[in-house]
Write a protein that binds this ligand. Sequence first.
Ligand code: FMN
Length: 306
Amino acid sequence: MLRFRHGFGTLRHSVHSFRRSLSTNKRLNNLTSVAPMVDISTPNFLELLHIISGDRHDYYTEMHHPHAIHQHQDHLDRFIGTPRPNVIVQLGGSDPNLLSSAAKLLQDYGYSEININVGCPSPSVQQGQFGAILMKTPSLVADILNAMEGKVSIPVTIKCRIGVDHLDTSEFFHHFVETLMTCERPPPHLIVHARKCILKGLSPKKNRTIPPLNYQRVYELASLYPDLPISINGGFTTTETIRDALGQVDGCMIGRKVMDSPLFLQEIDRDIYGIPENEIKSPLTVIDEYLGKQVRKEKKKGTQKK
Ligand SMILES: Cc1cc2nc3c(=O)[nH]c(=O)nc-3n(C[C@H](O)[C@H](O)[C@H](O)COP(=O)(O)O)c2cc1C
């Protein structure tokens, strides 16, 4: 049995009732998303995901620094990926003005949503005073959100962890979220990687495995903020666990499972969204379409050079 947060009571765990609940319970355009992953979520990877599952999931881009957005402003589609309603551009930075002017360029180019990285522990990112270290200064994250007001009308969301270093209590996490929710422009969606991050002594890779997952912390937050759409992230590798999570929060973000096996999206399409088998592409069709697109792209480049 599943229990939904938004007044649906207890529902039988059948595909039929689950789909019914999905269609009426939607506060996010898509309930599932593919996580931002540097060096993975490239334009070509996003294109592959689009071929596999179209607009059924949200696809986050790699994290980009606002300077890079300025630098590549004439060809952002090639640099970031095709602007689509379900493509969300992740920015990493800490300067509110720089971030909001990059956001404006992205909006003008046709991108429909932006996400700010408040969860990355990499040493270079820490040196730039952004990523997970921003969790230590929630007022700066609020300043970043506030700086978007008047600059962009598209949603600007936050991806964070449940804590950082010794700041790992529920109280700390709630204070962090409360600071964002009481700023002038609160995030319309919060994505939480359900483990804390350790800034010194653990590599980014180890920071994705060693600090233990604490889904309960995220579920607790969801009950404290019933009006805030929340997605949970971290360690989801089966459609059963995704389905369970969607009974507690609005969305579920999946990273490494899709990185290792992009066709996992089709399992979600089948099991969570009940997409019939005849609408699921065969691996051969996916490869064919992907290669076809690559060939057309190369030909276009060739023509442009002549
Ligand atoms: C190769 C790789 C690169 C990543 N790069 C980013 C990034 O640019 N921005 C970000 O917020 N998280 C990044 N992450 C973290 C993921 O978005 C996600 O939070 C993490 O992998 C946990 O989800 P998972 O267990 O489903 O993989 C990256 C993860 C991987 C594996």
